[in-house]
Design a binder for this molecule. Structure first.
Ligand code: CMP
Length: 830
């Protein structure tokens, strides 16, 4: 029959319509949606076989004819469905969480897959008598757990986050491994490649790492484009869709590296950087669009998988059933070995965090196979250069195995979760739930009573409803201490988790309101995530350590400092200082808000006893942050003023925009006027958005005038001396000199305060003073430690220039010697 386009469209639309009908059915039957789809596909496939002869007409007949024509090919799965599905699931993964468990994930995805491939290959080879390479190929195909099936099932089940990440991470990464092993084995089978372990391993590494590189570069470019497209919501979303497909095809087809790895990497990059590149409103729309795409692809592919089954299984006989049984047993034994033996050993080496028995059992049973295995099997079946026997062998066994995991594992994985209590709330969550219930129910009774009165509802009915609420609240209050094994420490932990999440949300709001730049938002979010990680890994101590680190000078800052000191390049350091200014300002704002407001809200879900401690922790954080900011403001007061001015400007713009939005909503101004105003607003925003340049002010010819020591020199001589002096910025707490070191320079302080630690006490030196002269004069080691109290500008005079200076100006020598003697006397008098 001539196939017309409308029939294809009819088929696709019909399939989608049919698929969504399964959604409520799956809910009602408490059965995994995807498995139900595969079952529907299977039934449709059987129906097709039966009605093939009937030649039905009308829409139904055309629909069935369309389905018959939807021959699912390996290319369709790889190039149409996989990029979208992999991108969607990888984008939803929290990269930090993934990195926490990257050890076990890679172990499972690479070593585990290889072990399973070899075990299945050898066992099936021995039982079936088929060639070893064919059996290894089969092993590689059936060993890859499938992200599509796994993610779909775990989403349905509501499994704990870490467990989901372990299983999803494994399934995403092992597809790459499997397809590489597959390609290598297929080449051997076709005689285009020599079998060899070394070449196999190097091929593998190139393909794996190459895929990551392609994905990274593509995603990076897209993030750049996103900044450029900012504000054009539809364009921003579309470019991510392009990214998923382009990175896959570029990697897989043109560069012959792993397409799956490219898509996974691209999605992870967009998922982490994109969040602070795209404004939150667009981000939500983006996630929703991807969910929609994922749902369509998922719905169609599972039906198509089911549809293909009867056709593939046509040649199945008793021998195949026997082989399938062997395959299933060996594959599961291999998985058990990896998860129950290798993983614990690996954890014991300290390379990976421990994984509990419950989690391991779920991982064992939850390793579903699906579209990826089927696509690889289809690639074998479509390959005409292989013998019919090999093609049927692979096709039947893989399909049988996939069906087994879908219909047996996927439908019973919920039981395993329940067995280990993994579907229940943890004791901490339960305790929080009880408190949330009490604080919500309390007060609802009286509010309801008031509303009923106002709306003149039937007083008798209202009284009943109110009474009901009161007794529920009462009951909840009585049960508050049920099984309360939570200590105040536990509550502090919960409170800090909640506060950290609140903090992140606060930064997102600042970012959404454009009060902080994307780069600063990223810094802030990274720090607040670090705090959460610290809390998870090391409890309160870990949290406090992380909080302290957040205010410390990180490697970027130190690099800037180094560049300035060694090479006199100031820009990076100035940039770092400006960043520090901004993130400290935002952090202070956020912490103030939390102390004023957020903490009270947290009070409704944590115990009263922990509230004081939480308040102390927040207050200490606010104090430290304010101190760090004060140190900066003291050093760069002009810049601080300009930043504040800009902040006020941005706040005003935000208010202005809100006001226009409101007028537009109330139809007081039309679209044209609004557009005109918004345009003007954008222009002013762009102006304000340029942050002022921070001038380090490290100019010896200026700074020298702040040191009285040089005031007696003629203007000409001052200019000469200035050339000998090297400016240097030191940061709070930095040790400038250490006792006992040889003296190589002396220092003048144009701005700032340092502390000299003598053996008995400490002396502070401030703007205009100098230090480090004693070691130079007497050729002896430094006699004290000198540390910066805050930021200081220093002028450094190296020993050679020092000698030259005092030889030329005896007056200066006398002054220095007098000061040094005084200091020495002071020291010996103690
Ligand atoms: P130097 O010994 O080179 O290194 C340590 C410096 O600390 C020393 O030079 C002086 O500049 C400074 N120093 C030592 N003692 C005192 C003091 N009593 N008062 C102020 N500064 C001092």
């Amino acid at each position: 029959m001539e196939h017309q386009l409308y029939i294809t469209v009819l088929g696709l639309a019909g399939l989608l319509g049919l698929a969504v009908l399964m959604l409520p059915a799956a809910q009602r039957l408490n059965f995994p949606y995807t498995v139900l789809l595969a079952a529907v596909g299977l039934l449709l496939g059987i129906a097709l076989e039966l009605t093939g002869e009937l030649q039905l007409g009308g829409p139904l007949g055309d629909f069935l004819a369309a389905l018959e024509n939807f021959e699912i090919t390996s290319e369709a799965v790889l190039f149409v469905f996989l990029p979208a599905l992999v991108f969607e699931s990888a984008m939803a993964i929290d990269v930090r969480r993934l990195m926490d468990d990257i050890g076990p994930i890679l172990l499972l995805a690479i070593v585990g897959l290889l072990i399973s491939t070899v075990a299945v290959g050898i066992a099936v080879h021995m039982v079936s008598g088929m060639g070893l390479v064919v059996c290894l190929l089969l092993g590689a195909i059936v060993s890859a757990t499938d992200p599509v099936a796994v993610v779909a099932i775990f989403k349905d089940l509501g499994a704990p986050k870490r467990l989901a990440i372990l299983v999803e991470g494994e399934s995403l990464f092992n597809d790459a491994t499997a397809s590489v092993v597959f390609t290598i084995l297929l080449a051997m089978l076709l005689g285009t490649a020599e079998p060899g372990l070394v070449s196999g391993i190097s091929d593998f590494l190139v393909v794996f790492v190459g895929g990551i590189a392609v994905g990274y570069v593509c995603a990076y470019l897209v993030c750049f484009l996103l900044r450029w497209l900012s504000g054009q919501e539809v364009a921003e979303i579309t470019i991510t869709i392009s990214l998923a497909y382009l990175s896959f095809i570029l990697a897989e087809h043109y560069l012959h590296v792993s397409g799956v790895m490219a898509v996974v990497t691209a999605a992870l990059v967009v998922g982490s950087i994109g969040r602070t590149t795209i404004v939150p409103r667009t981000w939500h729309a983006l996630i929703e669009t991807w969910e929609q795409i994922g749902f369509w692809a998922n719905s169609i592919i599972f039906v198509l998988v089911g549809l293909a089954v009867p056709f593939i299984l046509e040649g199945i006989g008793l021998r195949e059933v026997g082989l399938l049984a062997v395959l299933i047993v060996v594959a599961f034994v291999a998985r058990a070995f990896i998860i129950f033996v290798m993983l614990p050993v690996f954890s014991r080496t300290g390379l990976a965090e421990n994984v509990s028995t419950g989690y391991r059992s779920v991982m064992f049973w939850g390793g579903l196979r699906g579209a990826v295995s089927l696509a690889l099997a289809l690639a074998v079946m479509e390959n005409q250069t292989l013998s019919t026997e090999v093609r049927e062998f692979v096709g039947i066994l893989v399909t049988g195995f996939v069906l087994f995991t879908l219909f047996v594992n996927a439908t019973t994985i919920g039981v395993v979760l329940r067995l280990f209590g993994l579907d229940e709330l943890s004791p901490a969550d339960l305790a929080t739930r009880r408190r949330a219930l009490v604080s919500s129910l309390t007060g609802i009774g009286s509010r309801l009573e008031r509303t009923a009165l106002e709306r003149e509802l039937d007083p008798e009915l209202a009284r009943k409803a109110v009474q009901q609420y009161r007794s529920r609240a009462e009951e909840a209050r009585n049960r508050l201490d049920d099984g309360e094994e939570m200590s105040d420490d536990d509550w502090v932990h919960i409170g800090l988790t909640t506060l950290s999440t609140q903090e992140s949300n606060g930064y997102f709001r600042l970012f959404a309101d454009r009060l902080v730049a994307p780069k600063i938002a990223r810094i802030l979010l990274a720090r607040s995530n670090d705090n959460l990680d610290g809390l998870r890994a090391g409890g309160l101590e870990g949290y406090l350590a992380s909080v302290k680190r957040a205010l410390a000078f990180d490697w970027r800052f130190r690099l800037g400092l180094l560049l300035q000191r060694r090479f006199g390049i100031s820009r990076p350091l100035a940039g770092q200082l400006a960043d520090r200014f901004e993130f400290l300002l935002a952090m202070r704002t956020q912490l103030r808000e939390q102390l004023a407001d957020g903490l009270t809200q947290v009070g409704s879900v944590v115990s009263d006893g922990s509230m004081n401690r939480l308040r102390d922790i927040l207050e200490k954080r606010l104090g430290d942050t304010a101190k760090a900011l004060d140190a900066l403001e003291l050093q760069y007061p002009d810049y601080a003023k300009r930043l504040e001015e800009r902040h006020l400007g941005l706040l005003a713009l935000r208010l202005e925009r809100a006001s226009y939005d409101q007028m537009r909503r109330h139809s007081l101004i039309g679209k044209e006027i609004y557009g005109n105003l918004a345009h003007e607003l954008r222009r002013r925003f762009a102006e304000l958005n340029q942050r002022p340049r921070l001038d380090l002010g490290l100019k010896p010819e200026k700074l020298i005038h702040r040191v009285p020591f040089f005031s007696g020199l003629s203007a000409e001589r001052t200019a000469e001396v200035a050339k000998l002096l090297r400016p240097r910025l030191v940061i709070p707490g930095e040790r400038i000199l250490s006792k006992g070191e040889p003296g190589d320079a002396m220092y003048f302080i144009p701005n700032g305060v340092v502390e000299v630690s003598l053996s008995a006490d400490t002396v502070q030196l401030g703007s205009g003073d100098f230090f480090g002269e004693m070691a130079l004069l007497s050729d002896s080691p430094r006699n004290a430690d000198v540390t910066a109290k805050g930021f200081c500008d220093l002028l450094v005079l190296w020993v050679r220039d020092f000698r030259q200076l005092i030889d030329k100006d005896p007056q200066l020598r006398e002054t220095i010697e007098a000061v040094a003697k005084e200091r020495l006397d002071y020291g010996s008098a103690r």
